[in-house]
Design a protein around this ligand. Structure first.
Ligand SMILES: *Cc1c(COP(=O)(O)O)cnc(C)c1O
Length: 221
């Protein structure tokens, strides 16, 4: 069995789905996995996602997992299934505006900053609450976005306890958020966490979407 089959078998007893992270990998490599049945692929750059979209079967579900700049939102909205990396209210409003133009409701996750590596994107709890208050407002102006969950990246470390603590923090934040703000939103269901090096810990902590790249496609140079 290859890693793909191994990971799928590990997911069988769970409600977790695999996003195959294909950034820097070729169309041919993506097709190989597509032919095994994989339909959800993740990219971290808008331009690269668009190029691959053009060349690949149209039933692929594209996930944008990397940082998104407001000025690129308009290019991606027609083609993207789920944006994992919303990290500001400004970006959410831009997504809403472009989704309205495209007559779609864009599904997004709010990226939560985990750990303390300064380079990583994501919001803290306070910013999350601010976003949700706009989102849940009665006369809400965010009609064309659906916040379907939270996303996070654990600290890049060999210390599994640190990673576990961060994933459990995200899981608990998801639950408290759901219970406090989003009980009436039945589509707030996703916790996107876990990559090649830490997806097993993420599964134990309740991940619903794992984003795995190098374990499937080989390491990136
Ligand atoms: C690259 C990337 C992944 C996948 O990383 P691997 O270590 O190759 O599995 C997951 N999530 C995000 C946000 C990424 O940028």
């Amino acid at each position: 069995m290859g890693n793909y089959e191994i990971i799928l078998s590990e997911l069988e007893q769970t409600h977790t789905r695999l996003i195959a992270v294909s950034k820097t990998k070729s169309v041919a490599q993506i097709l190989e996995l597509y032919q095994k049945g994989q339909r959800a692929f993740g990219e971290n750059k808008v331009q690269e996602l668009l190029e691959k979209y053009e060349q690949l079967p149209k039933d692929i579900e594209w996930h944008l997992i990397g940082h998104l700049q407001s000025n690129k939102v308009k290019y991606i909205i027609p083609f993207v299934h789920l944006i994992h990396s919303v990290d500001s209210l400004k970006l959410l409003f831009e997504i809403n505006k472009e989704a309205l133009k495209n007559q779609k409701v864009q599904q997004v996750l709010i990226q939560i900053h985990l750990g303390n590596e300064e380079t990583k994107f994501g919001v803290d709890e306070k910013e999350l609450i601010e976003i949700l208050e706009y989102y849940c407002a009665e006369n809400g102006s965010l009609q064309n976005v659906a916040i379907v969950g939270l996303m996070g990246m654990a600290t890049n470390t060999d210390d599994e306890e640190i990673i576990r603590t961060e994933f459990l923090y995200l899981r608990n934040l998801f639950r408290s958020t759901k219970n406090t703000y989003l009980l009436h939103k039945t589509n707030f269901v996703e916790i996107s966490m876990g990559m090649s090096s830490d997806y097993k810990i993420a599964l134990e902590a309740g991940s619903t979407l794992i984003r795995v790249g190098s374990l499937l496609f080989g390491s990136r140079t």
